[in-house]
Design a protein around this ligand. Sequence first.
Ligand code: F0G
Length: 469
Amino acid sequence: MIDDLDFPVEPYRIKVVEPIKMTTKEERELNIQRAHFNIFNIRSEDVFIDLLTDSGTSAMSDDQWAGIMKGDEAYAGCRNYFNFVETIQDITGFKHIIPVHQGRVAENLLFSTILKEGDYVPNNTHFDTTRGNVTHKKGIAVDLIIKEGKDPAKEYPFKGNMDVERLEEFIIEKGRDKIPAVFMTLTNNSAGGQPVSMENIRRTKEVCEKYGIPLFYDAARYAENAYFIKLREPGYENKSIKEIAREMFSYADGCCMSAKKDALVNMGGFLGTNDDDLEQKITNLMIMIEGFRTYGGLSGRDLEVIARGLLEALDADYLAHRIEQVKFLGEELDKIGVPYVKPTGGHAVFVDAGAFLPHIPRDQFPAQALVIALYREGGVRAVEIGGLMFAEKDPVTGKVKHPPMELVRLAIPRRVYTMSHLKYVAHTFKKIMAYKDKLSGFEITYEPRYMRHFTMHLKEITPQEIKVK
Ligand code: F0G
């Protein structure tokens, strides 16, 4: 990359474009009302800048598109499967690689196989599908992130780290037999896309080894995590991303991976393990629900583009631009005084909606109020990562426990938006700043049993008077 620039320059040029269109304020108002104030119910064509997720939203390279034509769609033993397995083995070192159609299936297969009712799964922070899959199998998902990771304003290089002392105490408290696996989410999505240091990984592994518990990674954004290690951890500055990734994986017994992030594809995932018995059990289960072992719910062409994308995502120039883009959006927000989790993480800026809208109580979902304001004001789609997504109700007392932070995630799709798009997002915030103190909270009018944020309906407590000029 170019050293003396203070803005990110794309290390690629654009060969294909997809038009996006701006809607009017009236149209957006109608859309958001029809969507019951749930941003997942908005049509993507009615969004101008879509920062809902960085998952499955990447732009593929010309080499990946060329790989599509190399798809071998045989039911068993297609050549793309072998390329897929060998590429992943080369990066991770795992003995067995099982393809699945997305990350949550890997989680489901794993927890269906290893978890008994009442077991605990410690993690630095569970992503919502991981938590959902643990809970669905009647396990208990426990987050043991370090205290720095819970403070949005605290600058710390590896805010995604596991609290290793607490992990050991927890294992002693609950007993080794109640813990079938320890997980580490790299980077730590729900806690701000914050990285985990190699030292922390190593220490977590030591504790797992001491008690004979397998260590698994949720590796969705492992390459971004490796880049942060190169950037921030002494001793790694001259290592390649692949060398760092290999060392990271050398401490794990297995992983679940959503290829929709750091494999730069629109669909896919895999499960890695060194355990022959586990591989056999999972493969048998998988054949029933996902597909044969050499395609796992994917087409041959999908396996090919994952193999190619995984290698592209290990490129240090690509990663530098990616991380710089996230940082750039953070700096634009700094200029107008929008608080966010600092420093910026790997895939998104996480705005501290609790601090931005202090007049809205937590049980009225301030982060959702900001999400709705961003759509209404500028056609920007973001996602709530706070009480809607993570609040838990005690089944006995009915008391609601809110997560430590009330955030709005501005996730940046890989290789999709340019600097001017990001400036536009900051501009939308600037407009909201002028009337933010008047924004209203929300109440829930419908919610399902699991993962409510995807399908719930909401109502604005004080309906806004939308000025349309
Ligand atoms: N683990 C992490 C850390 C994730 O961020 C995700 C998905 C998954 C697992 C599940 O993978 O979607 O392929 O089934 N995260 C997306 C997001 C949905 O928006 O952050 P999947």
